[in-house]
Design a protein around this ligand. Sequence first.
Ligand code: NAP
Ligand code: F7E
Length: 341
Amino acid sequence: MARRALITGITGQDGSYLAEHLLSEGYEVWGLVRGQANPRVSRVRRLLQDVQLVRGDLLDQGSLISAVEKVQPDEVYNLGAISFVPMSWEQAELTAEVTGMGVLRMLEAIRVCSGITAARGAGSGQIRFYQASSSEMFGQVRETPQNERTPFHPRSPYGVAKTYGHFLTQNYRESYGMFAVSGILFNHESPRRGAEFVTRKVSLGVARIKLGLATELRLGNLEARRDWGFAGDYARAMRLMLQAAEPEDYVIGTGRTQSVRELVEAAFGAAGLDWERYVVCDQSLHRPAEVDLLCADPKKARTQLGWEPTVSFEELVAMMVESDLTLLAGGGDPHQDSSWP
Ligand code: NAP
Ligand code: F7E
């Protein structure tokens, strides 16, 4: 029988790539969607027609219990979160509730529906749980590159909330014997990335300038360095973690690091433009506390899961610029649900 997966965050970038990947592996895929009339749900219905939808919200314990009872999943992927770091300063409490406490609610839904107690433990045939942890937990990094043993020092309410979810996942594994793991994923991007994140903001900015729709691009800190990979590659890693013999956490990244300045150079270069003529540095876009340098050591994922990234930084940037040029040249709107390639 087909394995059954439940994905929270199905309307987001990663939810879409993971759903496509699981469908291609023969899974029956269910996506948790929230809200009375969430406009992003129609995007999922259009792009992911084989995904079945179930209503629920990470803020609502009862709805998660109902969703798990209804779907009876073999695997749960918890990708739902408030994921935009600057928003986590503006709405710190909501971020803690969704990105942090949401993990507790999802784990409790699985525990209650499976009849797991500390005395009885999880046993075999249990629901396997994946938590979307983040390199933002490393924050002000203690060593470079960062691996599974690098201590955390989060720098935003988002990073703090993810750190809570990470340790809670580990605690449910240790307390109840649950197959609960975290993927510590470094930044991953695609033509489906939200327009608020820097890679997509840059690829859309380049496309607008190239097409004569804008004359400048305003950015914040150009010196921050990130390890950027392709989201499709990272979705494969999530599934691999839940197929492992033992529940363990893994760092997923490329092992290369680039500055925002290098990203900008590459993106404008891909469209034959000189970035220095168009980019305006805007102090108001700097963050209260920055994560200066992230660079993954993905050795454990390579050796134990056989996972490798397939798209280089240069290929990723070219892919995103080309996609946004096509989108905008065709009159598309990146904020509309029809825009996903
Ligand atoms: P994204 O595009 O921002 O998607 C976030 C998802 O969370 C959306 O589907 C959103 O659904 C859902 N969500 C928000 N509030 C919710 C709530 N109260 N209940 C249920 N769902 C809710 O994020 P992404 O880039 O795909 O990332 C997926 C996960 O990986 C996130 O947890 C993120 O923090 C984590 N992560 C991402 C990266 C990265 O570089 N992309 C790296 C490390 C970790 P709505 O449509 O209902 O708003
Ligand atoms: O910023 C700098 C900014 O917003 C990257 C999320 O998926 O990855 C993501 O978090 C860097 C930062 O991603 C602008 O200061 C400069 O240093 O694209 P971002 P992020 O904060 O790294 C992690 C792993 C996650 O888990 C998160 O969910 O770029 N930067 N100028 C800018 N950033 C933005 N957004 N906009 C600018 O204008």
